[in-house]
Write a protein of this length. Structure first.
Length: 53
């Protein structure tokens, strides 16, 4: 999985100095797109015994 880390300062003191920094991580799977179209199943009507749909 790929990981994206976001760092941001969240707490400052009275003089504006950073006291604490918060971290957050977003994970997402790798993209495996090859540029080919999507393979769809062929749409054929199902046949029942003795009956056609």
């Amino acid at each position: 999985m790929d990981k994206q880390v976001v760092t941001m300062a969240v707490v400052t003191d009275k003089e504006g100095l950073v006291e604490r920094i918060g971290h957050s991580t977003i994970t997402h799977p790798a993209i495996n797109y090859t540029g080919n179209g999507t393979k769809w199943a062929e749409e054929k009507p199902k046949k029942q015994e003795g009956k056609a749909l």
